[in-house]
Design a protein around this ligand. Structure first.
Ligand SMILES: NC(=O)c1ccc[n+]([C@@H]2O[C@H](COP(=O)([O-])OP(=O)(O)OC[C@H]3O[C@@H](n4cnc5c(N)ncnc54)[C@H](OP(=O)(O)O)[C@@H]3O)[C@@H](O)[C@H]2O)c1
Length: 329
C-alpha cells in the first residue's frame, strides 16, 4: 500500500513516499481505508525529535484517522465493512499511523463517524477532543454555572475544549493573539481575551469580579502555567496538557488548587483504557451530530504527498484550527 514514511527524525523533508506491506488484521482490530488524517503537535515533535513515545523507524506517523472499514478482525461486533469511522488509533510506539492507504486500528478506540461531518472534518477531531474531554469532563466534571478559561482558544485543543465546556453549560472565556483568532473564539461561543493586550489581573477582574475562574485549561505550558494558577480561583482547578516547565509550586499550595495532568496517549501506549476512548469518541460524535461541536479546519488543505507542507504549516504557528491531510477519496 502507498504510504508516506520517515526513516529518521528531522525537518519536514524527511517524509518520503514508499510502498509498504498492508497489515494483517488480528482479533479485536479493524483495517480502515484512510480518507483523511490531521496533524497534531505530537506528530511534528515525533518527526522532528524522534521522541521515545514515537513509532519504531521506518515509521508511519499520525494517529488521527477518518475512513471506511475495509476488514473486521475476529471478535469485533460493533463495526462492519463499509462503516465510516473515526478515532485516534496509532502513530506512536507500537502502532502504525494514518499516513497510508490503510491503517490497522484497535476497534476499541473508534466510533462511527458523525454523518454531519465530512471525512476531513471528522479526522480533525479525535486527538484534540480526547485531550479536552479527559481534562474537562473526566477530570474536572465541568458543568453549568462554572466559569471556564481556555488558553489558546483558536488552537487545536483549545477550539474544541471551549465547545465541550459550552456544551456542558459552562460560561467560557478563551485567550487568543488577536485578528482572525479573536473572531473564531467569538464565533464558537466563548468570550475572547487577547492575552497580548490584557493582564491576568485585568481579565480576572473583568470577567470574574476578581474571584478567579473555576477551571482553567492550559494548552500552552511553559511560562503560561503560572498565569493559569493566577487566573484560577482559590480551590479551583487547572488542567494542563503541556507541562514542560520548572516552576515553584507555592502558588498552587497557597490557593489549594487542583492540578489535572492530561496525556491522552496513555491508552495507545499502554493498552489500558482504550474502550473509554471509544466511548468518548461516541459522545464526541453525538455532540457533532447535534451541531454543538464543530471542527475548524485551517484553510490550507494538504494531500498525502504533501504531508511535509502540512507539518511545516502547523509548526509555523500560523495555522488556525486543525491542519488536515487528505489521504484517499
Ligand atoms: N498531553 C496531551 O495529551 C496533549 C494532547 C494534545 C496536545 N498537547 C499539547 O498541547 C499543546 C497545544 O496543542 P494544540 O493541538 O492545541 O496546538 P496548536 O493547534 O498548534 O495551537 C497552539 C495555540 O497556542 C496559541 N498560543 C501560543 N502561545 C500562547 C500563549 N502564551 N497564550 C495563549 N495562547 C497561546 C497559539 O495561538 P496564538 O497565535 O493565539 O498565540 C496556537 O493557536 C501542544 O504543545 C501539544 O503538544 C498535549
Amino acid at each position: 500500500m502507498r504510504a508516506m514514511i520517515i526513516r529518521e527524525p528531522g525537518e519536514p523533508e524527511v517524509f518520503e513516499a514508499a510502498e509498504i506491506e498492508r497489515p494483517a488484521v488480528p482479533a479485536g482490530h479493524l483495517l480502515v481505508r484512510v480518507a483523511a488524517t490531521s496533524v497534531n503537535p505530537v506528530d511534528w515533535k515525533i518527526r522532528r525529535l524522534g521522541l521515545p513515545l514515537g513509532p519504531e523507524m521506518p515509521a508511519v506517523l499520525q494517529g488521527d484517522v477518518a475512513g471506511t472499514v475495509e476488514e473486521v478482525g475476529a471478535g469485533v461486533s460493533d463495526f462492519r465493512p463499509g462503516d465510516a469511522v473515526f478515532g485516534c488509533a496509532g502513530g506512536v510506539r507500537g502502532s502504525g499511523g494514518a499516513l497510508a492507504e490503510y491503517m490497522l486500528c484497535d476497534a476499541d478506540l473508534l466510533a462511527l463517524k458523525p454523518e454531519r461531518l465530512s471525512m476531513a472534518e471528522a479526522a480533525a477531531l479525535p486527538l484534540v477532543c480526547l485531550t479536552a474531554w479527559e481534562g474537562l469532563v473526566d477530570g474536572a466534571d465541568v458543568g453549568a454555572g462554572q466559569r471556564v478559561l481556555v488558553h489558546a482558544g483558536a488552537g487545536g485543543v483549545g477550539h474544541v475544549a471551549l465547545q465541550i465546556a459550552l456544551a456542558r453549560g459552562a460560561r467560557v472565556f478563551a485567550t487568543h493573539s488577536g485578528g482572525r483568532k479573536e473572531d473564531l473564539v467569538r464565533e464558537l461561543g466563548a468570550t475572547p481575551i487577547n492575552y497580548r493586550e490584557q493582564s491576568v489581573a485585568d481579565y480576572v477582574a473583568e470577567h470574574t469580579g476578581g474571584a478567579g475562574f473555576d477551571v482553567v485549561y492550559d494548552t500552552v505550558g511553559g511560562d503560561n502555567i503560572p498565569l493559569s494558577w493566577e487566573a484560577a480561583r482559590p480551590r479551583g482547578t487547572v488542567i494542563s496538557c503541556q507541562s514542560n516547565s520548572t516552576q515553584d509550586l507555592t502558588p498552587v499550595h497557597l490557593k489549594g488548587l487542583h492540578h489535572i495532568g492530561v496525556l491522552m496517549l496513555l491508552p495507545l501506549l499502554h493498552g489500558t483504557g482504550r474502550a473509554h476512548h471509544g466511548l468518548i469518541m461516541t459522545q464526541v460524535a453525538a455532540l457533532a451530530e447535534e451541531g454543538r461541536l464543530r471542527p475548524v479546519l485551517d484553510p490550507a488543505g494538504f494531500a498525502l504527498a504533501d504531508v511535509a507542507g502540512a507539518h511545516a504549516h502547523l509548526e509555523s504557528g500560523q495555522a488556525i484550527g486543525k491542519v488536515v491531510v487528505r489521504v484517499g477519496d
